[in-house]
Design a binder for this molecule. Structure first.
Ligand code: CMC
Length: 432
């Protein structure tokens, strides 16, 4: 408990109540308002959750003003430099970094779950070849609920662990199948002799008619992107997973809800939108005109990949990805460098512009990620799928944290009702 106390007084009735603040290990205190309706008959109103903590969590911490991101206390730049996506997934799920035996067991378990049931794989054939891959991934993940319903008891810790390992293991297979289906190429089965990210690249790019060797630089770059995207506390898709999961629904259905929420351009879909925007701008000489349209609010144009609800400073992930762009594009022979140069110039100009400065709008994780995905051969429509693949570790960790909490309640917000008051039904013949 924090030692801060707040007092709420209804000035009409004079009734007062004391509100306790709770302190986190770091970050702002939260004022507990659960008794407000009981004591005063009012709800709080906070559309978009501008100042509402929706749950307790031990997983990820963001200081948006300082540009800090910690997974289970570890700074993102240290994890990006030294860890791997699978190790980060273990950390998010379990709270601690694994020792060698724990990591080996975890990796073995993930390997055991990489294949998809053939019937599940066959479901891809029901989609048109140009279906958006996010729609396919969301539908296939939801369909896993049909395959693993009776065998998933969410109140059984071992069942929850199997769910967690299974979805983390299968999501690259699902992502790759969505890609192969769009191309009309045969599905490539997982290879359990490869590490997590190399296996994903192999399933994407191998074909039966010629040998394919995963480039270790590609695998390293992709793995780093996965680490950076693995979790981000109570963002829209994670909150969606928590809200859906709080009903006690099948966890695969809850993760599918998260995939759908991530797809929007204000959230994970921004990586796709950034490349569309850079293509539309075309060259540095058009930047000023584009920014004029962004600043003219009536045009409805946003600088995609800029701004964040929590970061009012550099998104630490964007800094790491920008560095990575220099390195990866350099090593790959500058595959997409005109786009990167345009992005760098756009960032430089925007960061000096009063509009963006006064609103504290900085590049976010999605500003540069698409440039690297493109350089690695991932098509634009798959960018958000890559994000979903990485974020699965975070979604699952939050779902596990919530379900294992004995005080879990169904998420049920209230509203400020502004519709008609009670009125009587009129038969059709009597209506004007
Ligand atoms: N371009 C132009 N103006 C912007 C932008 C932008 N990208 N972002 C915010 N603003 C303006 C906004 O118009 C508002 O101005 P005013 O105060 O004059 O009305 C002010 O900045 C505050 O914006 P907001 O929309 O109230 O802020 P928010 O916290 O509700 O929105 C956001 C956050 C990420 C949705 C928004 O910044 C945005 O739409 N960015 C572009 C999309 C994007 O890059 N999304 C990826 C986010 S990071 C990855 C992830 O979350 O998945």
């Amino acid at each position: 408990m924090s030692n801060k106390k707040f007092q709420l007084t209804n000035l009409a009735t004079g009734k007062s109540s004391e509100l306790d603040a709770r302190a986190g290990t770091i970050g702002p205190d939260v004022v507990s308002l659960a008794g407000l309706y009981k004591d005063h008959g009012v709800f709080t109103f906070d559309p978009g959750f501008m100042a509402t903590a929706s749950c307790e969590s031990h997983i990820t911490y963001i200081d948006g003003d300082a540009g800090v991101l910690l997974y289970r206390g570890y700074p993102i730049d240290q994890l990006a430099q030294h860890s791997s996506h699978l190790e980060v997934a273990y950390l998010l799920l379990n709270g601690e970094l694994p020792n060698a035996n724990e990591f080996r067991d975890f990796h073995d378990s993930i390997r055991r779950h990489t294949m998809l049931n053939e019937s599940l794989l066959n479901m891809f054939h029901g989609f048109h070849h140009n279906a958006h891959p996010m729609a396919m991934v969301s539908a296939i993940v939801a369909s896993m609920a049909a395959f693993y319903h009776d065998t998933t008891d969410i109140y059984d810790a071992r069942h929850r662990e199997i769910f967690a390992h299974r979805i983390i293991a299968k999501i690259p297979t699902i992502a790759a199948a969505a890609y192969k289906h769009a191309l009309g190429q045969p599905f490539v089965y997982p290879r359990n002799d490869l590490d997590y990210t190399s296996n994903m690249l192999n399933m994407f790019f191998a074909v039966p008619c010629e040998p394919y060797t995963v480039d270790s630089l590609h695998a390293k770059a992709m793995d780093l992107l996965f680490i950076l995207h693995a979790d981000h506390e109570q963002n829209a898709s994670t909150s969606t997973v928590r809200l859906a999961g709080s009903t006690g629904c099948n966890p695969y259905a809850a993760i599918s809800a998260g995939v759908s929420a991530l797809w929007g351009p204000a959230h994970g879909g921004a990586n796709e939108a950034v490349l569309e925007m850079l293509e539309e701008i075309g060259s540095v000489k058009n930047v000023a005109d584009f920014l004029r349209r962004v600043k003219d609010k009536d045009g409805g144009v946003r600088l995609m990949g800029f701004g964040h609800r929590v970061y009012k400073n550099f998104d630490p992930r964007a800094k790491i990805i920008r560095e990575m762009c220099h390195k990866v594009l350099g090593q790959l022979g500058g595959a997409d460098s005109p786009t990167f140069e345009l992005a760098l110039k756009l960032e430089e100009i925007a960061l000096q512009d009063e509009y963006f400065v006064s609103r504290k709008l900085y590049p976010n994780v999605d500003f540069y990620s698409g440039i690297i995905y493109s350089a690695l051969g991932i098509p634009r429509s798959m960018f958000t799928v890559m994000f979903a693949l990485a974020r699965t570790a975070g979604w699952v960790s939050h779902w596990l944290e919530m379900i294992a909490d004995p005080s879990m309640k169904i998420g049920r917000p209230r509203q400020l009702y502004l519709g008609p008051t009670q009125r009587d039904y009129l038969p059709l013949v009597k209506r004007k």
